[in-house]
Design a protein around this ligand. Structure first.
Ligand code: SF4
Ligand code: SF4
Length: 259
């Protein structure tokens, strides 16, 4: 079976999350071998297909044309994965949501009457069904790689809804907030299984090539990880396989698992 076809789409954004994909320097050749990337204007490909197995969407909706184009992207996509704060929450441009967008355009543009824009910047999920959200500004390269690996293997991506505090305590760190009264943004920062993702990074190329060799297409979202991005807890030991067992040492990677 051929590799899954992939598209990367841009809406209102700075392109930083797309650059995170290109920034996967050591893994880029493995990604290119495992995925059939047909649409990715930032990197070159621009083949408009009726259907892509996976669409990665960056940016928010800020114009009526955006909203119309997004519905077309959704219709062409099997899995739709939003990448970055712009796509998942509206981004910095959502500052307009509580301000006068007319005053902004008048302050920035010489001819504000030429500007056609909505009064709000809204996340992709406000307009179409989203299968998975990768948060961050920009997204984490490690989370992206782990997600691609999981999609190729047909298992649940290692995306969680908890804060950094959970990982901090899992790693056995003393809390600087409690112990020293020092400020910490951990409670309001989305976690990403940082420790586990280090293991993903180490073993990434091997597993990506194995998944590619199996040529398994993620034609639909497995019910096992449906809702992952909205809060269901991850139960696999390290998300490398589907064993869901709290192993001390992963039988696939050989790495120790700390929980
Ligand atoms: S989430 Fe951040 S890095 Fe990504 S496109 Fe938006 S502003 Fe740029
Ligand atoms: S507040 Fe900071 S130091 Fe304390 S548990 Fe959360 S992330 Fe860790």
């Amino acid at each position: 079976m051929s590799p899954p076809t992939v598209a990367v789409w841009k809406f209102a954004s700075c392109d930083g999350c797309q650059l995170t994909i290109i920034d996967c320097e050591d893994e880029l050749l493995a990604i290119a071998a495992a995925l059939d990337i047909r649409m990715f204007l930032e990197a070159g490909p621009s083949e408009l297909l009726d259907h892509y197995d996976i669409s990665f969407v960056e940016g928010s909706v800020t114009t009526a044309h955006d909203a119309e184009r997004l519905r077309d992207v959704r219709a062409r996509s099997g899995l739709l994965v939003t990448i970055g704060a712009c796509a998942t929450s509206g981004g910095i441009q959502a500052l307009r949501n509580t301000a006068d967008v007319g005053a902004f355009t008048a302050a920035v543009y010489a001819r504000p009457d030429w500007i056609s824009t909505l009064a709000t910047s809204t996340p992709i999920a406000d307009h179409v069904k989203v299968d998975l959200e990768l948060r961050g500004c920009p997204i984490s390269k490690e989370v992206l790689l782990a997600t691609i690996t999981a999609l190729l293997a047909g298992r649940r991506p290692p995306v969680t809804s908890h804060s950094v505090c959970v990982e901090c305590k899992q790693a056995g760190n003393p809390c600087v907030l409690v112990a020293h009264g020092a400020p910490c943004l951990g409670p309001v920062t989305h976690g990403a299984f940082v420790g586990l993702l280090h293991q993903h990074h180490v073993a990434f190329q091997h597993r990506l090539l194995v998944a590619s060799a199996r040529r398994r297409r993620p034609m639909s979202m497995p019910s096992a990880w449906r809702g992952t991005h909205t809060g269901s807890a991850m139960t696999s030991c390290c998300a490398t396989c589907d064993c869901s067992t709290p192993l001390r040492r992963c039988s696939t990677t050989g790495h120790n698992v700390s929980h």
